[in-house]
Design a protein around this ligand. Sequence first.
Ligand code: PEP
Ligand code: MN
Length: 358
Amino acid sequence: MENKKELRNWLDAYKLDHPLVIAGPCSAETEDQVVKIAHQLKDSDASVLRAGIWKPRTRPGNFEGVGALGLKWLQTAKKETGMLTATEVANPHHVELALEHDVDILWIGARSTVSPFIVQDIAEACRGIKNPVLVKNPINPDLALWLGAVERFYTCDVQNLGVIHRGFSTYEKTKYRNIPEWQIPIDLQAKFPDLPIILDPSHIAGRRDIIQDLCQTGLDLNFDGMIIETHYDPDNAWSDAKQQITPETLVQIMKDLKVRSEGGTEAYENALNELRARIDISDETILQQLAKRMSISDEIGKVKAANNVQILQNDRWNAIKNKMINDGSQVGLSEEFIEKVYSAIHQESISHQHNIAK
Ligand code: PEP
Ligand code: MN
């Protein structure tokens, strides 16, 4: 991916207005449904109509998509509304059929990105195409696997690439269907600043009420657009009913979002510089405090070693964690954050004590 600048060009052509909005149902259900949703979206911020034609389902027995027939419906919707179209392709045959039916943007689903064999097959079927291909992150939080998939397309001479962040599967109970793990897309953007990145709040959320918040976070993190599942009757959608929103809600969400510009005025630069300087000072203090805390851990390590006492004291660790979660909530720090920070501090502290005991 040497010429990363090139990767960005397609976005300018497709992005009729910043940010790029792709909307439409999780699945194409009937011709009427696809065409009706396209008409409802025509005057919204969405310039691309999405609809899944082949649906990869975690468990068999759920609706698995209408198949190639639905591509004709997308064609009709495109003809009637002028919207561009996008669908998921999961094998070379899908690619061939989608291109035959003038689908503008192809995306690779999270369940395909996990498999380098499948990605390679799809990439070869896409060789040389000018259509943008958007690679969803793999189900598991693995940046290398995600980028590896992008590279497979790039080496098959697919130049118009982008990625979609749809969150990562987790066994833990959280408010999300797929946890965002924002650090991963942030790392991706730092490594490939010219690779367009689209947010999929629908699959991250798995519910309607946090779509707006997720979109705002995405914009604040410099995402280039979003892909949002939209249906005129979300409750009765044939797949992902809980997370779909109506076209009217989409319009409202877009109205309420704050799209911020990249640069700004001199006053803005001054204010930002001052705040950044304060952050730097604060970071310095945090680091010093951490170093101080670890030197106390070293002392504890010495006392334990001298008395032949084991290093890990679960009761003490639980007490610290609970106290910090409680205190943290008083000062506006989330339980998830405190848990992560203190687990890391505790681990470092244990390893300090190990080194002392050696
Ligand atoms: C989808 O976009 O409807 C879909 C199946 O997404 P994912 O591959 O992210 O699960
Ligand atoms: Mn879906």
